[in-house]
Every structure is written in C-alpha cells, then in structure tokens.
Design a protein around this ligand. Structure first.
Ligand code: ARG
Ligand code: ASP
Length: 687
C-alpha cells in the first residue's frame, strides 16, 4: 500500500513542470504560465495580466523610485507602496514642528498633498524580445569586445528609437539569462508624485528591526502617494496646474480577506537573484562571504547598541544607520543557514555531474570546470574587496573626509554635508568601530592581500588602538569648526583620515580592481555559455530569468510554514498580536495611544494585519501588489521570512515565504488612525 503510494507520488512529482511556486516570470511570456496559474485557481486570462493592445494589470503597476514597486488604486492616480519605500520622502518633509515620521501624515484634500523632488514612478508601456536585433552583425568567432560593441551599437539605436522625452518615454535594453536573450523595455516615467498619507512609524515600522525578516509580523508597512500629469495625461515636472493622472488600469480592492490555500499573485520589480550559478559560487556565498560579513556587522551592531542603550540622543542618531546595517545582516544569516539546510552545494554538485556527462562532445564540454577556475581566481580577491567595503569604508570618519575632499575639489558648498554628518555622528562609536574593523582586517585578510601601507601603520604604532588614538587626535575632520572653515582642497592634504582613505583606495585600484574586472568579464562569457547549456540540457524545464529589477510575476498561495522542528507558523496575524507585543518601554513595540484606545473599545481582536504566502520575491518587490484569483488587490508585499532568504539562490517551497500587509489593515488605519476615509470614495471595492 505504502509503497504503491510512494511510487505514485514520485511519478506525479516527476511530471510537474516547475517546482511549486518557484519563479519570477516575464509578463510578456505569461501565456506560457497561464494554464498552470489557472489550474491553481487564477480566474483571469493572459491578456488580463499583460497586453499591449488593451488595458491590463501591468498598467496599474509601477517601479517606485529606484528600487521599490507601487500600484495604482484609483482612476485619479492614487498609489500604494510600503512605508519603508516612502520613508526618505516622508522624512524630508519632517521637522521638529511636523514630525511626519513619528506622527504620520494625512493630506485632508488635494491641496495638502506634498510634492517630492526627484521621485519618479515608471509604468511599463511595453516589452519585446529583441535578441535578434541586438545581435545583428554578430558573427561566431568574433571577440568578446567585438560582441560587446555590436550589442551596444544595436541597443543604443533601439533605445533611441523608443525614447520620446515629450511623452516621458524612456527605454532600456536588458540582458536576460546572462546575455542569451535581450529585451527592450519602454517606460512612461511620471515625475510629479505627491505624498498623500503615511501612518506613524509606530504603525508603519512597528516591530522595527526586532521583527524585520520575521514572522509573526505586525507591521503596517504602507504609504500613499498620488501621481500627477499634465492636462493631456502626459508626464510633467511638478506644477500646481498638473492634474491627477488617469491610469489605463487600477486595482479594485478586495475586502474578502485571505485564507490558507488561497491563490496569490505578486506583480512587481524584483531586484537581483542568482539561481543558476555553479556550486563553487554558492559555496563562496554560504561559507565565506556571508559568514565573514555577518561577523563584521555583528561587531558594528554590538558597538552601536552599547552606546544607543546608554543614551537616548545616540539612539536617535544611530537608529537609521543601525537599521540599514541590521537589514542585510539578518538576511545573510537566513541565506547562509538556508543554503546549508537545503544542501544546495551538494545538489548543485550532483546536477553539475549530470550536466558534465551530457555535455561531453558538445560546445558546453568543460564549461563547469572553466567557471570553477574563474571563481577560484576571483573569490580570494573578491573577499578582500568585501573587507574593503564592510570593514574599511564603514569607518564614518573616512567616508566623510573623502566626501568633503570631493566637494572642495569640485568647488561645491559643504554645509549640508557637514550638517548631516555631525547631526548623526557619535565619535566613540566610530572609534570603537575603527578598532574592531582594523583588527578583523588584520586577522582575516590573508597576508598577500594586505596593503603595504596597512602593515606600515601597524608597525609604526604597534597596535590598532594606538593607531586609532593618533588618527582621531590628529584628523581635522573630528572638528566641525575646522571642517567648516576649509576653503581649498589643499588644506586637507596630509590629513591622516584622507591619507588612510587614499591609501586603501589606491590598494583597491591596484591590487583588487584589475582581478575583479578581468574575472568579471570572463564570468560574463562563461556564465552565458553555462546558462544556455542548462537550458539545452533540460529542454522540458521552464526557466525564468534571474531578477534584474524588470517587471515580473510570481504566483503561489497563502500558506504557513514550519520554521524549525516542532513549530508551525499560521499564515495570518491580527491586531490582537500587536496588543500582545505592545510595550511603551520598548521602542520597536510602543504603539500609538489611539491604537490602544480603539482596541479597548472591543471588537477588533480579529482585525487582520499581515499574511504569509509562497510567492517567490526579493528586494525590490517591496510595495508590490498582492492580487487574488480575480485580479483584485488583497495586500502589499513588504518582506520575506529570514529562514527563506536563500530564495535569491535556491528556492525551497517548504520554507520560503513572502510577507504582505493585509489590505484591510491599510483601510483600518486610514480610517481609524488617519481619519482619511474620504480616500475610499475614489477607490473601487470588488466586494
Ligand atoms: N527586510 C525588508 C527589506 O529587505 C524591510 C526593510 C525595512 N524595515 C526595517 N525594519 N529595517 O527591505
Ligand atoms: N524588504 C524587501 C524590499 O524592500 C523585500 C524582500 O527582500 O523580500 O524590497
């Protein structure tokens, strides 16, 4: 009985085309996936999802700024994204009198909406495969440099032909599948985007870095903007005469809510993944790069935390710096652990063995070994480069000194730089970080990579601590008055901070960059061959291209998971959980009084807040619309669970989960906290 069942399920598994829920698919090729999507519950057609001729869901999705996603929810340009995506804009409008980060912001009418210089949103007009056009004139046997120049000339022409500044049309040619395919993307870029609403950070960033990358999660991570256009609905610079943009399509909002097993669909702009790299590179990430970077950041975070908990002023100064250090730190821990847990290196090795056998006698013979050789040549230098970034360039005094130097050299004013640096600079943290980073550099960077200058400093001072004392005693950059008085770049010559910055930069340029550059070029060629080889090796498998911030579709279902043995996480969280976490003494968990009052009235226990699903997402997918089987908006994607962050390298459907804000929590906060329910009048509700 049991045996027969096992046999049957093995048979079924073998027949499945792609692993369940893995994949970030190209919208223009969605007709290849639509059958599978419909089998899993989706009720719309491929044309509803992506079409050039008629309005489709793609017309309601934008690249928000340079690295997030947003979605339109009204025919008057109303746009939703994450609080953490709007954060810097909300911050720029904030002052001591109007602290919108702390208290939230709600425009009560159109006149109160706030313009945001530099913020753009990009709508995809259309995308086309242009591989043949881009490679026109390329002949086998050409050198890589010749190929590059063919690609560049043809791409430039395609981009020129599609660009139209008057209509705000911008174009890019993107290499997909490691340069085996090229796609042209044409966008309409709108540049008058105004802030409409944002909850207080104690809702929009609830849980802070304590809960970041984690479940159960209760973050109201949303902010609301509006896109404006000129009278003809075309992109325009900010003007009081502009009018709300009328999109070809906007999302209807579903208030039905989600249940485990429901179909979910994320439409957005994932930034970067590497699913097809060989085992050696995965081993490098999991066994060297991630652990060493984590260790460096742990030291920095510990130092920051020590001083932050001793002083309220320092806590405020370092909260944003601390958050950005902690974000990748936590992600890498999940990635490293996930790769080990999935035995990705071993399964890639086994795959490569099968590939090698198949490749014998083909043009792919030897490609895996060639890649291995390039990585072997590259990775030791690359690790030193990671130390340069994580241990040298993180010393605040150095990067500040170099920034001031560039301004002086260019003859541009330094006041704003000086203000923003000293406002958030606490020297004891920087000094202790210096000692920790230089000590780690000395301990962990192999002798042959160390700059001579570094060795000389150590010899001269006898210890990192003595070196530190001398640097911070003699650099003028610790003294605000002196920096403000600088008039010419000559005055900083010989400053020990500048000297150190320059010495490491020279080392990077001379010893590291040439190797990184040369191996990078070799990898581009070899990975292109290997990618095509993998596609030829498994012609029946559906390949999706690695993420590169182009628009993609990921579909899956609402689902909990088991984070570790003996535990299971339910896929939905509620207001009850916020109240359970509420603690006025803990910054990350101190909710606004109004939320306590609303809860105390009763009846809100079941108010949904966030949910988990199996969509394959990554950085850049923040703010993406989460859509149900009918194409209606049920949530806003904002994070993943840390145990599943290896999904950038290998996706595990049992553990990888994206985290979304339940759209009903947005409605609740807009209404009950923001008293801005007038916004609902322009929205459309599906149920
Ligand atoms: N982890 C999410 C992402 O990678 C959210 C980061 C912002 N939130 C935070 N608490 N730092 O972007
Ligand atoms: N939090 C990420 C973002 O900002 C999303 C992720 O990495 O899952 O795009």
């Amino acid at each position: 009985m049991k045996k027969a069942f096992l046999f049957l399920s093995a048979l079924l598994a073998a027949a499945l085309p792609a692993m369940a829920d893995e994949g970030m698919w190209l919208p223009s090729l969605i007709s290849q996936r639509i059958g599978d999507m419909q089998a899993k519950g989706f009720r719309l057609t491929a044309e509803d999802v992506y079409s050039v001729n008629q309005a489709s869901l793609k017309d309601a999705v934008v690249l928000f700024g340079g690295g997030c996603t947003g979605e339109l929810v009204s025919d008057e340009g109303l746009l939703l994204t994450n609080h953490h995506c709007g954060y810097s804009y909300i911050q720029r409008h904030s002052s001591v009198e109007h602290d919108y980060l702390k208290d939230g912001f709600w425009a009560m009418n159109r006149d109160e909406e706030l313009p945001n210089k530099g913020l753009t949103v990009s709508f995809l007009d259309h995308m086309d495969e242009v591989t043949d056009l881009v490679l026109k004139g390329y002949e086998p046997g050409m050198t890589e440099a010749q190929r590059d120049s063919v690609v560049k000339v043809n791409s430039d022409r395609l981009v020129r032909e599609s660009t139209d500044p008057d209509k705000g049309l911008k174009a890019n040619v993107e290499a997909l599948f490691y340069g085996n395919r090229y796609y042209l993307f044409v966008f309409r870029v709108y540049r008058d985007v105004r802030l409409v609403g944002a909850p207080p950070s104690s809702i929009g960033k609830f849980g802070g870095d304590t809960d970041n990358w984690m479940w159960p999660r209760h973050t109201g991570d949303f902010s609301i903007f509006r896109v404006y256009a000129d009278k003809d609905n075309n992109p325009a610079d900010y003007s009081p005469d502009n009018v709300p943009y009328r999109p070809r399509k906007f999302f209807k909002i579903s208030r039905k809510g989600v249940q485990e097993g429901d179909f979910t669909f994320v439409y957005g702009c994932p930034g970067s993944t590497q699913e097809y790299v060989m085992s050696d590179q995965v081993r490098y990430v999991a066994e060297q790069s991630d652990p060493q970077k984590i260790a460096l950041r742990t030291q920095r975070l510990d130092i920051q935390k020590k001083y932050m908990s001793a002083s309220q002023a320092v806590r405020i100064q370092y909260s944003s710096k601390n958050a950005s250090v902690a974000n990748a730190w936590k992600k890498w821990q999940g990635e490293e652990k996930g790769i080990r847990r999935m035995r990705t290196v071993a399964s890639k090795l086994a795959y490569e063995q099968r590939f090698r056998e198949w490749a014998r006698g083909t043009r792919y013979e030897g490609i895996v070994d060639e890649l291995g050789e390039i990585y072997a040549r590259r990775n030791p230098t690359y690790l030193a480069y990671e130390y340069y970034n994580e241990a040298v360039r993180t010393i605040e005094l150095l990067s500040f000194a170099s920034a001031v130097q560039s301004r002086l050299r260019a003859g541009t004013p330094t006041e704003d730089l000086i203000d923003s640096f000293y406002k958030d600079y606490y020297q004891p943290i920087d000094e202790e970080t210096f000692v920790a980073m230089m000590t780690s550099f000395d301990r962990n960077v192999p002798e042959r990579f160390k700059p001579d200058w570094f060795r000389e400093q150590l010899a001269k001072y006898g210890s990192v601590a003595a070196w530190k004392d001398d640097l911070y005693a003699h650099s003028l950059f610790i003294d605000r008055e002196k920096v403000a008085a600088l008039r010419s770049v000559d005055e900083v010559a010989g400053d020990p901070a500048i000297e150190m910055y320059d010495a490491f930069l020279a080392w990077y340029r001379k010893d590291l960059y040439p190797v990184i550059q040369e191996t990078g070029a070799a990898l581009r060629v070899a990975n292109r061959t290997y990618m095509q080889g993998q596609m030829d090796f498994e012609p029946q498998r559906d390949f999706y291209p690695d993420a590169n911030l182009t628009l993609r579709i990921a579909y899956g279902q609402v689902k909990g998971y088991s984070p570790y043995d003996g535990a299971y996480y339910y896929p939905v969280s509620t207001l009850k959980g916020i109240i359970e976490k509420d603690n006025p003494d803990i910054f990350d968990y101190n909710i606004p009084q109004v939320l306590r009052d609303i809860y105390a009235q009763g009846g809100h226990d079941g108010q949904p807040v966030c949910f988990l699903a199996t969509n394959h997402t990554t950085g850049g997918n923040s703010g993406s619309p989460v859509i149900n089987a009918d194409g209606d908006l049920i949530g806003i994607n904002f994070d993943r669970v840390w145990e599943g962050t290896m999904s950038d390298i290998a996706f595990n459907p049992d553990i990888c989960r994206n985290i979304s804000l339940d759209i009903r929590y947005l409605l609740f906060v807009v209404d009950q906290v923001g008293h801005a329910s007038y916004l609902f009048d322009e929205m459309s509700f599906a149920d």
